[in-house]
Design a protein around this ligand. Structure first.
Ligand code: CDP
Length: 240
């Protein structure tokens, strides 16, 4: 949606004071849902999201894959998580986000190590403030690892986009609403394989390249926060 709202101030900063390539603060904590096999909670800027993972034999039996696991991620936004109360229950956006998160997780879980199993990933958005799909995926992948599910790598998500003609990292709510483009992306850092890439809006090839390179630069920092969250559960310092 375009509008006349000024998103970049005269001193080149964004409305929340960030530089163009600056992320919002991110915190991740594991083991937050006792009854789940694995769980993680993320605060990414003002987003607050919980992911809980349950691993079980797929049911009914005819739904099982004899040689690999089924993954089902369900993204759900609480009614009170947004300014204008969201009607409960699935809608097109919720179904789309659940699908892209499921596909991204399938690309990193070693499915053949868990024949006949179902990996259920429940994602609950408690507060939403732009970028919930990539924050959900980032925390869901930590929750899957926390559940002990074999994975090739942790998925790391990020967004970049265009606001007031400038490319910016990690869109704020205003930039998401009133900017010219929003590009959520998620990768497996070890191989740099892209497992989610969407584009809402319009950008040139050069702008797209600038957005992806901003995100690629941010990814190691997000990876580190994920790893620290997993290791702090075992009180292990990185490098040990
Ligand atoms: O959250 P994400 O950026 O991945 O998805 P989006 O569809 O681009 O939504 C952008 C933002 O709009 C969300 O993060 C929410 O803050 C907000 N939103 C809302 O206020 N009400 C909804 N029903 C859906 C989204």
């Amino acid at each position: 949606m375009e509008s006349n709202i000024k998103l970049i101030t005269d001193d080149g900063l964004r409305l929340d004071g960030r530089a163009l390539n600056e992320m919002r603060p991110i915190k991740i904590q594991t083991g937050v849902v006792e009854k789940a096999d694995g769980s993680a909670y993320i605060e990414w800027g003002a987003n607050k999201i919980i992911a809980a993972v349950y691993v079980r034999e797929a049911y009914p039996k005819h739904a099982q894959n004899i040689d690999r696991a089924i993954v089902k991620a369900r993204y759900n936004m609480s009614g009170y998580s947004v300014e204008e109360r969201k009607r409960p229950g699935p809608d097109r956006r919720t179904m789309e986000i659940s699908k892209v998160i499921t596909e991204a997780l399938e690309s990193t879980i070693v499915l053949e190590k868990l024949p006949r199993a179902e990996v259920d990933v429940f994602i609950q958005v408690l507060e939403a403030d732009a970028g919930t799909r990539i924050a959900s995926l980032t925390t869901a992948s930590v929750a899957v690892a926390d559940a002990g599910v074999p994975m090739r790598d942790l998925v790391v998500g990020c967004t970049a986009g265009k606001a007031d003609g400038k490319m910016v990292l990690d869109l704020s709510k205003d930039e998401d609403n009133f900017g010219e483009a929003d590009i959520p992306m998620a990768i497996l850092p070890r191989t740099k394989k892209i497992v989610l890439l969407q584009l809402d809006g319009k950008v040139s090839q050069e702008e797209f390249d600038e957005a992806t390179s901003m995100m690629m630069n941010a990814i190691p920092r997000i990876s580190e926060i994920q790893r620290n969250a997993l290791m702090s559960k075992y009180n292990v310092e990185e490098g040990e």
